[in-house]
Structure formats: C-alpha cells, structure tokens
Design a protein around this ligand. Structure first.
Ligand SMILES: [Zn+2]
Length: 113
C-alpha cells in the first residue's frame, strides 16, 4: 500500500522494487504512476474516474482497480500540456467539495478540479 501521511508520501518498498501483483508491467513503469498519484493526493487532489473510452487514464484514477475503458497512463499531463483529468470518484473521492486542510505545517490547496 502507498499513501500520504500528513506531509509525507509513503511508498511500499516491496511494491516499489517488485511492482504490484495487480500491475502487469515492469516495476519501473509502476513507479512513475505511484509517485504521481500519491503526490497528487499530497497536493490535495482526490480520485478521478475514466473520462471516456480510449482516453488516457488520469493519474488520480485508481488504475490498479481497472481502467474502465481508459488507456493506462502514468503522467498528469500529455505531451501537448493537456492535464489528464476525469470525473471525481473513487474511494477517497471525498474531495467532492473543495477543502483546505493543514497538516505538518503544510497548507493544501483546495481541490477545485
Ligand atoms: Zn489514491
């Protein structure tokens, strides 16, 4: 399990080195989406869902739980600078409303996307 605890992003060492049983690609292809996803939480983003069949999966989508028609994607932005976003949802999609939280002296930006 990977998570964010206050200002600290925590990555499971075993998964980091070996990948995840739910992820078919090699470990190094698992590392970028994990860091981007967890840092996304650190920045205040909640989970997103697939925006449409064939579209790149948002980094904040829990891709490990299924792509739901999306294409696997590790990066928040496309090559043309487009932000890969999607409808809010998922277990901690609790960022349905904008919120401001403080933890460990860090101020999180409201999640307005
Ligand atoms: Zn998450």
């Amino acid at each position: 399990m990977n998570c964010r605890v206050g200002p600290t992003v925590v990555v499971n060492l075993r998964r980091w080195q070996l990948g995840s049983p739910e992820f078919e690609g090699p470990p190094d292809e698992y590392q970028a989406p994990i860091i981007n996803h967890e840092v996304g939480h650190w920045l205040g983003y909640g989970h997103r869902t697939c925006p449409g069949t064939g579209r790149p999966a948002p980094v904040m989508m829990q891709q490990i739980k299924g792509l739901h028609g999306c294409v696997s994607n590790a990066w928040p932005y496309g090559e043309d600078g487009t932000f890969h976003d999607g409808p809010r949802g998922g277990r901690d999609g609790g960022s349905r409303r904008a919120r401001t939280a403080t933890a460990g002296g860090y101020q999180y930006a409201p999640d307005t996307r």
